[in-house]
Write a protein that binds this ligand. Structure first.
Ligand SMILES: Nc1ncnc2c1ncn2[C@@H]1O[C@H](COP(=O)(O)OP(=O)(O)O)[C@@H](O)[C@H]1O
Ligand SMILES: [Mg+2]
Length: 354
């Protein structure tokens, strides 16, 4: 039997659980003329929940992940490439002819999809304007398209005035709805809630939490059952206690527990063996990470790992607090109702070293 758990990619169909209200809420947006902003720490399930709502709605959509974009020209090329997946070139060729800068198009023989590139050195904001205008023109009020921009906070890094330019372009569009996803809470709130930001109050803001424990427990235990029979309930509980219900790490741990029980049936405690395996296989990365942390950060991470108070005579509270905020921004620490280390296996690695 194949491993019934999946992590690291967008999860769909039988790998996707719960989020019923969230999917319904996003669908409601997708069917209106409004824009949606969705925020959560990374790997909580934003991309998955949006993909689900979009596939249910049947609306035309394109997605570009700004983390995988290297410049404004590259962003324009990727938008156009995705657009070709929705609208075949033959039907929009006449519109491309109006581009001020004509892209080079070629069919990728391996994937069959269209590769798009622009000559280097051209004015990238013209490219972006032309691509966006094409998307707008191809659609209508009755047939809006949805553009999903994942890891949207990256616009601040891509080009210093990109937020202004992009907002000006969007201002003129009436046939496009946007779903903007981000995993850096502070940058995202800065973009959408700072009065002077071009994206101030651009759309409805929604935050995604962890998966509800009861549902996630049912999901895990049903899937563990073929391999663990009557132990599956307890095992699901132990997994969720260990990962604090984090969607990604829970699936990762469950997948490893499954592997241990199939490949090393002699192990008495599959969970312990799985944790050990994950910590050891990541230890090189953890060592590298750790070596680059400042002393204050190391102290904070150790305190969080031990669940001890974040108070010491050694550092002023303000220093601790700003270091904590910084680590939250970088994704090492997350806050739901308290601060915790994002990766439970990194936490384990830290505890083992104390
Ligand atoms: N609804 C869900 N049901 C089950 N697992 C999920 C769900 N949402 C997320 N996950 C787990 O979390 C991982 C990360 O999800 P993803 O959608 O890529 O998150 P994000 O876009 O927030 O980084 C998935 O690969 C999967 O293992
Ligand atoms: Mg994502």
């Amino acid at each position: 039997m194949e491993n019934p758990f999946k992590f690291g990619t967008i999860v769909e169909e039988e790998y996707f659980t719960d989020r019923i209200e969230e999917v319904a809420y996003i669908r409601h947006f997708v069917e209106s003329a409004n824009h949606l902003i969705l925020i959560s720490p990374r790997r909580f399930g934003k991309s998955s929940v949006v993909a689900k709502a979009l596939s249910q709605s049947g609306r035309k959509n394109i997605t570009v992940n700004l983390q995988q974009v290297t410049s404004v020209a590259d962003m324009s090329a990727k938008l156009l490439r995705e657009f070709f997946k929705v609208h075949p070139l033959e039907r929009i060729r006449h519109l491309i002819a109006h581009f001020r800068i004509i892209p080079t198009l070629s069919t990728n023989p391996l994937t069959g999809s269209m590769d798009v590139s622009f000559q280097p050195g051209v004015d990238a904001s013209i490219l972006l304007e032309d691509v966006m205008e094409l998307i707008e023109k191809t659609h209508s009020r009755e047939d809006r398209i949805i553009i999903v921009l994942d890891e949207f906070q990256e616009i601040l890094d891509l080009d210093p005035r990109l937020d202004k330019k992009l907002r000006a372009i969007m201002q003129k569009q009436e046939h496009v709805n946007y779903i903007l996803l981000g995993s850096q809470e502070s940058m995202m709130t800065d973009i959408f809630e700072r009065k002077k930001s071009p994206f101030y109050h651009f759309g409805e803001m929604m935050r995604l939490g962890k998966l509800p424990r009861e549902d996630f427990h049912r999901y895990l235990s049903e899937r563990l059952k073929p391999q663990f029979s009557d132990q599956c309930n307890e095992l699901a509980n132990r997994i969720l206690n260990y990962t604090a219900c984090h969607p990604y790490y829970s699936q990762q741990l469950a997948a490893n527990v499954w592997n241990v029980s199939v490949l090393q049936p002699e192990k008495e405690d599959a969970l312990e063996a799985a944790i050990n395996h994950i910590v050891i296989s990541h230890s090189l990365d953890y060592e590298r990470l750790w070596a680059n942390f400042k002393r204050t950060n190391k102290w904070i991470l150790q305190s969080l790992a031990k669940n001890s108070a974040l108070q010491t005579k050694e550092y002023p509270t303000s220093t601790i607090y700003s270091a904590l905020k910084r680590m939250q921004k970088d994704g090492y620490v997350i806050y739901s109702d308290h601060y915790e280390i994002e990766d439970p296996f990194f936490k384990e690695w830290i505890l083992r070293g104390i």
